[in-house]
Design a protein around this ligand. Structure first.
Ligand SMILES: [Zn+2]
Length: 120
């Protein structure tokens, strides 16, 4: 019999058989995945048991959901995959975002980089 595939706990990093996996979806504005746009803003948590799943969920519940962060992540994903995107209109088309949303995402990103630079 082939060994069952192992899963990795997002909290403690331990490995365990896939059939013992505890999973749930949480809102996460940094989560985007190519080809799975309908899951944008959702992250699938994987844990070794109910205790660690609860702790992971609490962490994400405290994490603010920032719409601009989600848009910025979509833009990054489009820019790093597939054909070159040279105009804002192309970017809007490929991300499914409106131009004002792209501008807000870029402004949010610039603002955040400034804060990170000041902190260090
Ligand atoms: Zn664990």
């Amino acid at each position: 019999m082939a060994p069952s595939p192992l899963e990795l706990c997002d909290l403690c990093g331990s490995t365990f058989p896939a059939e013992e996996t505890a999973r749930c979806w949480v809102p996460d504005s940094s989560a985007v995945r190519a080809g799975r746009e309908w899951f944008d803003g959702l992250r699938l948590l994987t844990a070794c048991g109910a205790d660690h799943l609860t702790e992971l969920r609490d962490r994400y519940r405290r994490r603010p959901f920032v719409q601009e962060e989600l848009w910025a992540a979509k833009i990054d994903q489009v820019l790093s995959t597939g054909a070159a995107t040279t105009t804002l209109e192309q970017l809007a088309c490929r991300t499914g975002l409106h131009l004002p949303e792209i501008r807000r995402a870029v402004a949010w990103r610039n603002n955040r980089h400034r804060h990170v630079a000041e902190d260090s």
